[in-house]
Design a protein around this ligand. Structure first.
Ligand SMILES: [Cu+2]
Length: 303
């Protein structure tokens, strides 16, 4: 009930904020940031639904309320208690009621923020087993979204400075390197600059993908982040981190390394291409039989 209410209020605030046509257009799912974009990137899995609800439903309201309250108090003090209007200031130094209120109120606000926050965090870090229910957009529930157990495991390894992907169960790997401007314009002109890569990570739609994240053992720390999926997790040498996503839309979804990792930190984008289950089966069969180039050739060319 509360969740539904907050969700509605959040949607209302998002609608109110999206005042200009350019901002409204930016709400369509592009899988990457677009010029004039406002708000978070559109969500495609349950985790991002939670994050959007958390942002719109709690954080924006708490922040706005606090800003307005503090601003109102400041204005009141400036006007009512300036030296001219209040030449003889009061001499007391304590007010028990006020002190209790300004201690208890922030604690209550923090608890209200913390409860769903921990829920979403544990959703992000708990790989589905097919039985556990996830919060989805209703972050004040006990979980109502069913998510199937992972059908695919992908290991992403942060290299200096690109990503390696491995389909762990199939023992197949590819590396994914950003296209320079010349190559992008020549081969994938409709893909975004600094995000387009030579080889995208291909995964099936409506399928839970277990992501294992690590970094080159003699390398540095990176972070694997895809905003549309609500994923962000460190890629640490010698450590295997795990998260998951389940995209309900096909398309291309971009992210970037999100841990300052060295000179080409800004140039190691993450590109995930979500295809239909049939396309993925064909892709995988070709990958296993004839290698990565043949597998890519089974998919529609990325423009
Ligand atoms: Cu990096």
């Amino acid at each position: 009930m509360t969740g539904q209410f907050l969700k509605k209020m959040g949607a209302l605030s998002a609608a109110a904020m999206a005042l200009s046509p350019a901002l409204v257009a930016a709400q369509e799912s592009a899988g990457h940031p677009v010029p004039g974009q406002f708000h978070l990137q559109p969500s495609v899995p349950p985790i991002m639904d939670s994050i959007v609800a958390f942002h719109d439903g709690i954080l924006m309201w708490s922040i706005s309320f606090i800003v307005v309250l503090v601003l109102a108090l400041l204005i009141w003090i400036i006007i009512r208690y300036n030296a001219k209007r209040n030449p003889v200031p009061a001499a007391f130094t304590h007010n028990t009621l006020v002190e209790v209120v300004w201690t208890v109120l922030p604690i209550v606000v923090l608890i209200v923020i913390a409860i769903p926050s921990f829920g979403v965090l544990s959703d992000q870090l708990t790989t589905p087993d097919g039985e556990r229910k996830y919060l989805g957009a209703n972050i004040f529930s006990f979980g109502e979204v069913e998510v199937p157990a992972p059908a695919l495991t992908v290991k992403a390894t942060g290299q200096q400075w690109y990503w390696d992907y491995e389909y762990v169960d199939q023992g197949l790997a590819l590396n994914s390197i950003m296209l320079n401007e010349e190559d992008r314009l020549a081969t994938k002109p409709n893909q975004p600059r600094l995000l387009a890569v030579d080889n995208e990570l291909v995964v099936p739609v409506d399928t839970t993908v277990r992501m294992q994240i690590t970094a080159d053992p003699i390398g540095v720390i990176h972070a694997f982040a895809v905003p549309s999926f609500g994923i962000k997790i460190d890629a640490v040498p010698g450590r295997l981190n795990e998260t998951w996503f389940n995209s309900r839309e096909t398309g291309m979804f971009y992210g970037q390394c999100s841990e300052l990792c060295g000179k080409d930190h800004a140039f190691m984008p993450i590109a995930v291409r979500v295809v239909t289950k049939e396309e993925f089966a064909t892709y995988m069969a070709a990958f296993e039989g004839d290698g990565h180039a043949a597998a890519n050739a089974t998919l529609a060319a990325v423009q």
